[in-house]
Structures are given as structure tokens and as C-alpha cells.
Design a protein around this ligand. Structure first.
Ligand code: UD1
Length: 419
């Protein structure tokens, strides 16, 4: 099994170009199932979750072809796709559930495996299913599968989500795009990736309009057009490299991302002491000698993202005094804490709060990655340590970070992949 070896304690300096967003690509790939016209997607990141989603689409009889030195993908659906998604394709990647909406919209039936258990919490799909039932979907759950059909096709409705969910908002917007009549969804998630998916759908001929901060109106359409679309950059990847700069007190230029979509993260890093300069699609960060403590809560966008919580925790281990992070999105997203404590951190968990003592000197260790963002937090901690770290189970990392060791090496990290 592959491992990463990291020898740290050097400052990171240089430029990092941000890849396409994984979390925008996944719903956009699912949404391609709405159409049988040609779809060209540019800037898909080369990460495992995207490969898995492409395999999933192939298993439904979608034709997929890489174009132009693998930089863009041509997607063509049949007039008739399969509507069955097996467990083997959803077990490692929860976003597989996002094909439920488009399959129901186009074929009025689908059998999709329930997503596999996930280390960061139970992650149910009840909000997706209840909302789809308001569009006319009937479903039952048996033997680990959702069996769903819409005897009269999907019909538009007014739906208020009981809780903000990224996936449920995406699934419903996609499903409603071909439903009869008008759908109004309120209490939606408004992550930039959702806005990107809506831009893609509208470019393909859907009629979707934001009519309030968390309210969207969708007029169902019958026909869609060919489309060529460039996926937005990955704001979580950008946030991770910003934190790497602050942590190693280096100077990094982040290229290819509009700073407006990570304003919350930038404000927090400034409060901690980092010096940040912004231009359109360009961020320069200079880490400060002294890292100030801060208390942070994760929250739906525009709040601080749960997907950067583990990375920020590493940075706060280096702060001049105690900080607290409250995790408000997932109930069990502190698995990185025990590994960080093994490296010398002093972090205590009290229900959904992590109390982080500052002034940590991380020591290298043999480490185990447990989920995507936890893995990257271990790399960050290892980057500050004089002794060697080996990080096992890095397949988690490969799910979401494109060429991480190559990008880190380019800015001065001593990191290599061992197989
Ligand atoms: C997406 C992101 C993930 C990010 C998360 C929160 C993708 C592919 N994944 O995941 O990286 O960490 O948003 O920003 O974009 N919930 C329910 N019932 C449901 C659905 C969700 O109870 O039917 C709960 C979840 O358990 C969680 C919360 O709602 O506690 C938010 O989850 P959600 O926003 O749906 O996350 P995902 O779409 O799975």
C-alpha cells in the first residue's frame, strides 16, 4: 500500500496553481445524465473520486472520452441509460447518490445503492428522499438499496429543506430541472460549487434562478442543448495551501482562484496574523512568525467550511495560546485529533468542540490517514516537524487532492511517495 514520507521543518515558498473543484465536478457529472446531447467538461481534477464517478456513469452506459491531452472530457449519454447503481461504485464515494435525482428526472425510476458507512458520521440521505417524494417520487429501502420510481413523472413543488444540505440541494435542483412545471426550493445550501452546477445546468438550457439568498426557482424544461463548460477551481485545495503557508511561515502565491469565494477563510487567516494580498484570481500569503489564537465554528457556506477544519486545527496547534474549534456539520469529524496528539499536539475533545492548546512542536511519527481532509492535516503537521513522518492509507488523500506531493515539492516540501 502506498505511503507518503515527509521530512519537514522548512519554509514553503513559491506558486501553486489550483485544480478544478472536486465537489463541483461530482454533481455536474451526475447532472450530465439529464441529457443525451454532447457535453464537454474542462478542468475536471484528476483525483480518485472523479475517476469513480466516471466509472459509475460508464456503468450506466454513458460514453466517456478524454480529449486534448486528457484536459477535458466528452460525455455522451444514450437515449436510454441503465438506472441501476451498484454498491461497489457508491461504497467509497458518497456523492454517487447524486445520480438518483437525474435518473428519476429522465427515466422515472432508479435503483441506487445507499452510500457506504463513512468515518465522519452516519451521513443519512433522508433529506434527499423526503424532498424527492414531494416531486412525486415513491421509494422504499431494501437490502441496502433505494428503489425509487415516479409513476406520473416528476412534478414541480414547493419544498423547504428542514436542514441545509449540500447534496440534497444538488439532487433536487437537478431532478427539478426536467420536472413538469415550477419548483421552488428554500433553505438551500449555497456553496459556490452549487452555484457552479447551476451555471452549468443553465448553460445546457435549464431554467434555474436564485430568487432569494437560500431560495431557488426551477422551471422544468423538455429539451437540453450541447454544452462546453469549465469547472470552477477547488476552494478547499486553495484553503489548504493558504494554511500551509501560514503554518510554515512561507510566502505562497495561489493562482487560478477568485479570492471572493474564500473570503471567510482569508479573514480568519488575517486575524491569525498572516499577511494576505488579493488580486482577481491570485492570492499572495506571507505567514507571520507569531500565530494568534482564535475560536472558529464550522458552518454552511458562507461560514467556515468543515472541509478545512482539520487543516486549520494543525495551524491552531501552533498558535500562541488556546483556541477552540466547534464542528457544527458532522458529528464525528475529529479522527485526526488522536493522530495529531501522537505527534505532540495537546487537543481535547468535548462533544463537538476541540480545545487546542497552542505552542505545539510536532514530532514526526508513523501515521494513519482516516479520511480525505484528516489525511492532509497529517501532512501539514508533518511539514513542520524536524523528524520524519510516514503517512499510511493515503488513498483517502488521492480521492480529493490532485498531485499533492508534486505541488508541495515544487514549493519546497521534502515529501515522497513510497509504494
Ligand atoms: C458535501 C461535500 C462535503 C462537505 C459537506 C458539508 C460533496 C461531494 N461533499 O457533502 O465535502 O463536507 O457537503 O459542507 O460536495 N444530512 C442529513 N440527511 C441528509 C443529508 C445530510 O442528516 O439527507 C446531514 C449530514 O449528515 C451532515 C449535514 O446534513 O451532518 C450536512 O451534510 P451535507 O451538506 O448533505 O453534506 P454532503 O452533501 O454529503
Amino acid at each position: 500500500m502506498e505511503k507518503l514520507e515527509v521530512l519537514g521543518a522548512n519554509t514553503l515558498n513559491g506558486q501553486v496553481r489550483i485544480s478544478g473543484s472536486k465537489n463541483a465536478s461530482l454533481p455536474i457529472l451526475a447532472a450530465t445524465l439529464l441529457s443525451d446531447k454532447k457535453i464537454e467538461l474542462r478542468n475536471l481534477p484528476k483525483v480518485k473520486d472523479i475517476e469513480t464517478m466516471l466509472l459509475l456513469l460508464k456503468s450506466l452506459d454513458t460514453k466517456i472520452k478524454y480529449l486534448k491531452n486528457n484536459k477535458s472530457v466528452l460525455i455522451e449519454n444514450n437515449k436510454k441509460n441503465k438506472t441501476f447503481v451498484s454498491y461497489s461504485l457508491v461504497k467509497t464515494m458518497r456523492a454517487g447518490i447524486l445520480v438518483l435525482g437525474p435518473l428519476l428526472a429522465r427515466y422515472s425510476k432508479a435503483k441506487v445503492s445507499l452510500p457506504g458507512g463513512c468515518a465522519i458520521g452516519t451521513r443519512p440521505i433522508d433529506i434527499h428522499l423526503k424532498a424527492l417524494s414531494k416531486l412525486g417520487v415513491r421509494y422504499k429501502i431494501a437490502q441496502g438499496y433505494v428503489y425509487a420510481n415516479a409513476p406520473k413523472g416528476l412534478v414541480g413543488a414547493k419544498i423547504k429543506f428542514p436542514k441545509i444540505s449540500v447534496g440534497a440541494t444538488e439532487n433536487l435542483i437537478i431532478a427539478a430541472s426536467l420536472a413538469k412545471g415550477q419548483t421552488i426550493l428554500s433553505n438551500c445550501a449555497i456553496e459556490p460549487e452549487i452555484k457552479d452546477m447551476v451555471n452549468f445546468l443553465n448553460k445546457m438550457g435549464c431554467k434555474i434562478k436564485w430568487i432569494g439568498k437560500r431560495t431557488v426557482k426551477i422551471l422544468g424544461v423538455k429539451n437540453l442543448d450541447e454544452v462546453n463548460y469549465k469547472i470552477m477551481p477547488d476552494r478547499i485545495e486553495a484553503g489548504t495551501y493558504l494554511i500551509a503557508a501560514a503554518l510554515t511561515k512561507g510566502k505562497i502565491e495561489i493562482l487560478g482562484i477568485n479570492p471572493k469565494i474564500i473570503r471567510t477563510e482569508i479573514d480568519i487567516l488575517k486575524k491569525i496574523g498572516a499577511k494576505i494580498k488579493l488580486k482577481k484570481n491570485h492570492i499572495t500569503i506571507q505567514g507571520n512568525k507569531k500565530i494568534k489564537n482564535i475560536n472558529i465554528k464550522t458552518a454552511p457556506y458562507p461560514g467556515f467550511p468543515t472541509d478545512l477544519q482539520a487543516q486549520m486545527m494543525v495551524l491552531l496547534c501552533k498558535a500562541d495560546s488556546r483556541s477552540v474549534i466547534s464542528e457544527k456539520i458532522f458529528e464525528n469529524r475529529f479522527m485526526h485529533v488522536s493522530e495529531l496528539n501522537r505527534m505532540g499536539a495537546k487537543i481535547k475533545i468535548k462533544s463537538n468542540k476541540a480545545i487546542i492548546e497552542g505552542n505545539t512542536k510536532f514530532e514526526g511519527a508513523e501515521l494513519m490517514a482516516t479520511d480525505l481532509r484528516a489525511s492532509v492535516s497529517l501532512i501539514l503537521a508533518a511539514l513542520t516537524s524536524k523528524s520524519k513522518s510516514r503517512i499510511n492509507r493515503i488513498y483517502h488523500l488521492d480521492r480529493g487532492y490532485e498531485q499533492i506531493e508534486i505541488k508541495l515539492k515544487k514549493i519546497g516540501a521534502k515529501i515522497k511517495r513510497l509504494s
